[in-house]
Design a protein around this ligand. Sequence first.
Ligand code: FA5
Length: 340
Amino acid sequence: MLDQLNQIQSQGLGELSAISDADALEAWRIKYLGSKGLIKSAMPGMKNVSKEDKPAVGKLFNEIKRALETAFAEKSKEIDSGSKKTTSTIDITEPGLPCGQGRRHVLSRTIDEITEVFARMGFSVVYGPEVEDELHNFDALNIPRDHPAREPIDNFYLRKVGAESSDASHGSGLMLRSQTSTVQIRTMENTEPPIKVIAVGRVYRPDTHDATHFSMFHQVEGLYVDKNVTMVDLKTTLIQFARAYFGPEAEVRMRPSFFPFTEPSAEVDMKMKVKGKWQWVELGGCGMVDPNVFDAVGYDPEIWTGFAFGLGIERIAMRKYGIADIRWLFENDARFLRQF
Ligand code: FA5
């Protein structure tokens, strides 16, 4: 009997020391201290113990039972405090909270898409400053001093700090560029022909805001300078762009127009699907680079020929994505932006 009791104690304490979670502890309690546990089951053995040994064996029996109960209580405390500690840490098995996923602005995406199409056609991308001088915004583009396009009412001229007037002729001579055609000049000034580039970026005009006009918008400018470039090259390039971007059924139409820096000049319309219907949409201007522009950048117009075009990126995005009002593009309303 004594051996059996000692065996229960050492086995019980040994098993208990290896336990680290509440379920295993409960199983241990049932095994040793439960109503059908090893302690209770050992009790009937007492009747086989001789009368004189009974007090000593009974005492040992109680001591072992108490030792196991005390060890159980301590272990319970230990596991309990351990589990409290873990509740304050992150449970990686819990499903996470959904976090709002951001996305690129529909205009940035349109710019990337347009750039990629032209890159595949062999155009490299160039950039120019948004704060420009009149030389690059007007003079070198063959826009004379008295041209109405230079009126202060149609441009954002910048005033020197402390100066009275913002009129260019009296002011700093700087302005927010009104067209990306400025980058044609900057590129030709720094590069020997042949040239095949697009320039993408913001331009600024004090236009009244309405569904199709904003005072800051984006243009993509194309410039190709080489020997024997013709209107056919220009139209082919625009058709290739339209088909790659709007789909194989897209078409391009040119209407005679006037820009001081191209001769001849044309308005560019593209036929594209708008809300399921094919429609002509005016996107920008184009033409053959005027010899006066080549003179201004030091290219010999007898040798070099070229075409240029400038398209409004908002107008392209609006048509492609069915956006009815240009102002929505700049309101930063997440409910609108989330759709694209
Ligand atoms: C020009 O800006 C010329 N530089 C284009 C050009 C380049 C012609 C190279 C020849 C050779 P225009 O002012 O028409 O052209 O503007 C071009 C396009 O910009 C317009 O067709 C339109 O799509 C867009 N645009 C013009 N004003 C606004 C505005 N206020 N808001 C949004 N888009 C505009």
